[in-house]
Design a binder for this molecule. Sequence first.
Ligand code: GDP
Ligand code: ZN
Length: 292
Amino acid sequence: MRGRIIKGIAGFYYVHVSHQGVYECKAKGIFRKEKIQPLVGDQVEITILDEENRTGNVITIYPRQNQLIRPLVANVEQALIIFALAKPEPSLNLLDRIMVQYIVQKLPIVICFNKTDLVTNEEAEQIQNVYAKCGCKVIFVSAKKQQGIETLAQVLHGKMTTVAGPSGVGKSSLINLLQKNVSMEIGCISQKVDRGKHTTRHTELIPIDEETYIMDTPGFSSVEVPSVEKEQLICAYNEFLEYEPRCRFGGCAHINEPDCAVKDAVSDGKISRIRYENYISLYEVLIERRRY
Ligand code: GDP
Ligand code: ZN
């Protein structure tokens, strides 16, 4: 049977098999010999040892699409970054730092702003404008009013998504709402997976439906600026790209150079000043770091 490793603890791998549930498995010795370690997120083939006790063996690991390093997990397909529009006030600088982290890992990003009920439409639109051309999908939801949840569910459907965001933004509330629609069978699994405030230091996947998983990433409130080359930073600033060819200097960093088309676009209001300032602040951190 083919399944997905949703959790690994002390040599046991918990494998979710569509429409069958979760099996507690050991990895057979061959992996040790081949120096491959099964990872959370791996698609695996298992054989059942004992159906009643739901135990089995992992016998094959299917080829991985990718492998993230922090946390160590396989086959993540996209990243969902959740922020609140208010309470807590969103730090867009932190949002950009998280974005950079995923972009260097080449993951498509969805930004989800929760708590639309706490702000006016104009305030929500202002944020929307900041991220309009950032190259990521941006959605607005309210867990409290249960608005936008269907859109969020569609964005996640059929994929394995890693979820990040500061605490208090409504991640648990949204995940609970998403799980509401799931069948009893999966619901039980989710309980078994036991998402809770105190549990997860281990990486684990939360099944939303038979083919949809999310991975909660704890402790994301203070992301360091990821270690990327300063030249790579621009990848997180998609809206700069159309102006860049008109900068006077090739390799323009868009900071102190004269005749910089990106800076002009900021002055003309074509590029969000907030995004530009975040870019500069991240750039400076990277420069500073290189000195040591
Ligand atoms: P987490 O720390 O990201 O998991 O956030 P929680 O889901 O625990 O939510 C933090 C607080 O925000 C709780 O008091 C929730 O009731 C509240 N909250 C969550 N979503 C919303 C929302 O859409 N609107 C409002 N007004 N409050 C919300
Ligand atoms: Zn420039």
